[in-house]
Design a protein around this ligand. Structure first.
Ligand code: CUA
Length: 356
């Protein structure tokens, strides 16, 4: 409503063309949420994901019912009892016990119908694994994910980073903690997020039901490169997973047994630089060669599809770019700019790529 220049009050139409177009655009945008998006919770691929999606849909349809009833009554009253010319003002009423009980009990019942499945789902997804679950220890670091499979190989088992391999159809028991600040493990298509906290072990148990690569990321702000703390879950059939695990359980070839073309890179990796923190082996493990635990385990880094917290494809160019200036690629990176020469980088890249 606004005052016109002649002093008359004019009522503008409630739905201008722009408002209508905006509402239509919003509806289309929301409709677009349900599609084949890599991080959509609407296309679950595990029992955990389905339970959350079912609960979500249950609550959604309750909300739709409430919306339709409330808005329907509102519109009915607005039109049925609207002011008409020459009509006397409406009379006053006071108290209607039946109506008051009805509009108190209806929300109580609706909340009970929402609370019961919610509580049931909370207990169902509390992370208690069944017998025979595959144990994986997850550690959040600034800013990358570490995955350990203590039961799959001797001497601490398989250790990898940013890529969690799982067999389809077998339950996995994730035991999760942090090496520093609070992070949150979230792979939307596999289920809900869970915080990972230093000094605590939080659990998730789920059974993936489809093969494929599912994207995830840290879901709790954890510092400069929070947005660069990604992960991939690779769900494979059991034979492919077993072959992967067998490969990952192997230690690296000793430097003097390497072909000449790779020996220079191994020398660069094991060289003590000044200052010592700039030496690769202080922070990184290559099983059989070094034992650093600050950065990702590199024993099989060549077999991973990404580097730098899952943000870059593991290519020759990207690996060189990363070695040249890690904080330039991932702001705040704990790996410093070591000051490697181009020759040193050219030696290191093929060596790291050979670690399959
Ligand atoms: Cu880790 Cu955000």
């Amino acid at each position: 409503m606004r005052q016109s220049v002649t002093g008359q009050v004019c009522v503008r139409p409630r739905w201008s063309g722009g408002t209508f177009a905006g509402a239509l655009g919003l509806a289309l945008l929301l409709a677009g949420c349900r599609g084949q998006f890599p991080q959509s919770t609407f296309t679950p691929t595990s029992d955990f994901g389905f339970k959350l999606n079912d609960l979500y849909l249950t609550i959604f349809w309750w909300a739709v019912g409430v919306f339709v009833v409330v808005e329907g009554l509102l519109l009915f009253v607005v039109f049925r009892f609207r002011a008409r010319p020459g009509q006397a003002p409406p009379g006053r009423g006071h108290g209607n016990t039946l109506l008051e009980i009805a509009w108190t009990m209806a929300p109580v019942l609706i909340l009970i119908f929402i609370a019961v499945p919610t509580m049931r789902t909370i207990f169902e997804v509390d992370g208690t694994p069944g017998p025979g679950a595959l144990k994986v220890q997850v550690t959040g670091h600034q800013w990358w994910w570490e995955f350990r499979y203590p039961e799959l190989a001797p001497d601490g088992g398989i250790v990898t980073a940013n890529e969690l391999h799982l067999p389809k159809g077998r339950q996995v028991a994730l035991e999760m903690t942090s090496a520093d600040v609070i992070h949150s493990f979230w792979v939307p298509r596999l289920g809900g997020k869970r915080d990972v906290i230093d000094g605590r072990t939080n659990r998730l148990a789920l059974t993936p039901d489809s093969t494929g690569v599912f994207f995830g990321q840290c879901a709790e702000f954890c510092g400069a490169s929070h947005a660069n703390m990604r992960l991939r879950v690779v769900v494979e059939d059991s034979a492919t997973f077993a072959a992967w695990a067998a490969g990952q359980g192997k230690t690296a070839t000793p430097p003097d047994a390497l072909p000449a073309a790779l020996r220079g890179g191994a020398d660069q990796f094991t060289k003590i630089r000044d200052p010592g923190v700039n030496s690769c082996l202080i922070c990184h493990t290559i099983a059989g060669i070094s034992g650093g635990v600050v950065g990702p385990n590199l024993t099989h880094v060549g077999s991973r599809s990404t580097i730098a917290g899952g943000t870059l494809p593991n290519t020759t160019e990207n690996l060189a770019r990363w070695l040249r200036d890690p904080p330039g690629v991932k702001p705040g990176s704990k790996m410093p700019k070591v000051g490697l020469t181009e020759d040193e980088i050219a030696a290191l890249v093929p060596y790291l790529q050979s670690l399959k």
